[in-house]
Design a protein around this ligand. Structure first.
Ligand code: NAD
Ligand code: UDX
Length: 462
């Protein structure tokens, strides 16, 4: 079908965890729009063109299949995509900068700026540019400055439309979001551009859940949403440490406080720590912005959310070493799960990376199992693979001859394993460290394990 057969021509630059699913959903819901997703990574684009998608996300393949080849296309031809599009979503990665000024804190905007310059160089007509990537507040200003220097007499309207999907639930999050946020300049052109983006989502989301605001509030809201979510986890994790000292039970505390409708029950699962590509990066970015504006107390407040997370990860490893008689050298330790959460193969900032490295430093032998993340785990651990790490797809085999199991990811399949069978094939005394509190600890203890949950007293046989 020619481009003229479609009422909008949308391009997304960046075919990752956000760009791929978001655009697949828009294409599936809006057969009257043409949606093209472009990336510099040819291997990734090839994978999007097959049934073997580059990311694991429940329900994603079905959505892609609905639209692929009809109004959804994947390409490496960014130039052609920019020329044809009316609306360009930019969904490139914005990791923490690891060099120069702001290293370890601020966002690395090199990919972002490169796309701005590509658009500036290639565009032959007016465009609406949509910030989908998470960006420091006031980035749109820099984008507009680059674009307005085009000298071709073209108009570029920059709109902020941050993405709130969580991995593992991306498809329901996109299909039925709590809200969609679209920010723009409060000028006539700005409001018109904003309306064009609202119109896309209004194809399947009711208007009362599509919020519009100024562009700086939209940019900042994304960082703040992630900071608040991560803060809840650090809050409950800090209390889990206190529970372990006082024989209180973190699950009961979380239940009791979560029933207060002002607090609410979600995001109160104590764990080995939060991972994922967003929380730490976005909080550090917020911290950097606060420091930039001289708000040092505010910066320290948010920084403590990351510090508690590091404390929780460290505490988990220390507990393992201490429980196993202060030496784990040459002991086999099976890690159940490597993904940063269940239902994804993503391992970015996964607490399992930290735990594996610390165990390897103590010369333990770590056997890693995960239903979806072994490929990424191999990449994350390539420098210590030969000496300290093994991979095993079958959790029963991973635990064979092990001194301990540590549950790192809350995969449902780990709840249903036959722990009696596992126990029989392990070294004794056998230890189980439940970094996600997903098992029935009393039952596991009665099988014979020494059990160490998060935020509950340990159940030991000695
Ligand atoms: P990702 O690394 O999975 O994907 C980014 C893609 O951009 C990569 O495939 C990369 O090759 C491509 N890219 C980089 N530079 C490019 C260029 N110049 N031209 C074309 N392609 C280019 O990242 P992601 O997880 O999808 O995150 C993207 C953005 O969305 C980030 O800002 C992130 O903070 C934000 N975000 C992520 C999530 C999430 O759950 N992953 C949720 C909300 C928001
Ligand atoms: C997060 C935000 O939820 C999402 O809105 C944003 O767009 C991107 O960042 P994501 O990182 O994909 O999404 O997953 P999320 O469900 O938020 O989990 C993040 C980490 O926190 C995971 O490691 C998870 O296991 C952990 N977590 C979550 C807990 O430890 N306890 C909880 O109660 C909830």
């Amino acid at each position: 079908m020619s481009d003229n057969a479609f009422s909008k021509n949308i391009l997304c630059i960046g075919a990752g965890y956000v760009g791929g699913p978001t655009m697949a959903m828009i294409a599936a819901k809006c057969p009257h729009y043409k949606v093209t997703v472009a990336d510099i990574n040819a291997e990734k684009i090839r994978a999007w063109q097959t049934e073997n998608l580059p990311i694991y996300e429940p329900g994603l393949l079905e959505v892609v299949k609905k639209a692929y080849g009809k109004n959804l296309f994947f390409t490496t031809d960014i130039e052609e995509g920019i020329k044809r599009a009316d609306i360009i979503f930019v969904s490139v990665n914005t990791p923490t900068k690891m060099y120069g000024g702001g290293a370890g804190k601020t966002a690395d905007l090199q990919h972002w700026e490169r796309t701005a310059r590509d658009i500036f160089r290639i565009a032959e007509s007016d465009k609406i540019i949509v910030e989908k990537s998470t960006l420091p507040v006031r980035t749109a200003e820099a984008m507009e400055r680059i674009l307005s220097a085009n000298g071709k007499g073209l108009n570029f309207d920059v709109v902020s439309n941050p993405e709130f999907l969580a991995e593992g639930t991306a498809i329901p999050d996109l299909e039925n979001p709590d809200r969609v946020l679209v920010g723009s300049k409060e000028t006539e052109r700005g409001r018109k551009a904003r309306e064009a983006i609202v119109e896309i989502y209004a194809n399947w989301i009711s208007k009362d859940r599509i919020i519009t605001c100024d562009i700086w509030s939209a940019e900042l809201s994304k960082l703040v949403a992630n900071a608040f979510l991560a803060q809840r986890i650090s809050s409950i994790n800090s209390i889990s440490a206190l529970c372990e000292k006082t024989e209180a039970d973190i699950k009961k505390v979380a239940h009791a406080i979560g029933m207060d409708s002002r607090i609410g029950p979600k995001f109160l699962n104590a764990s080995v720590g939060f991972g994922g590509s967003c929380f730490k990066k976005d909080i550090l970015n917020l911290v950097y912005i606060c420091e930039y504006y001289g708000l040092h107390e505010v910066a320290r407040y948010w920084e403590s959310v990351v510090k508690i997370n590091e404390y929780q990860e460290g505490r988990f490893v220390q507990k393992m070493i201490h429980a196993m008689f202060n030496t784990i050298a040459h002991k086999r330790i099976a890690l159940f799960g490597f993904a940063f959460k269940a239902n994804t193969g993503d391992t970015r900032e996964s607490p399992a990376i930290y735990v594996t490295r610390k165990l390897a430093e103590e010369h333990a032998r770590v056997i890693i199992t995960d239903p979806k993340a072994l490929h990424n785990a191999e990449y994350d651990l390539k420098d210590i693979l030969q000496k300290y790490v093994e991979f095993e797809a079958d959790p029963y085999k991973a635990a064979e001859g092990a001194h301990a199991i540590a549950i790192m990811t809350e995969w449902d399949s780990y709840k249903a394993l036959d722990y009696k069978k596992i126990y029989e094939r392990m070294e004794k005394p056998a230890f189980l460290f439940d970094g996600r509190n997903i098992l029935d600890h009393q039952k596991i203890y009665e099988i014979g394990f020494n059990v160490y949950p998060i935020g509950k007293p340990a159940l030991t046989h000695f």
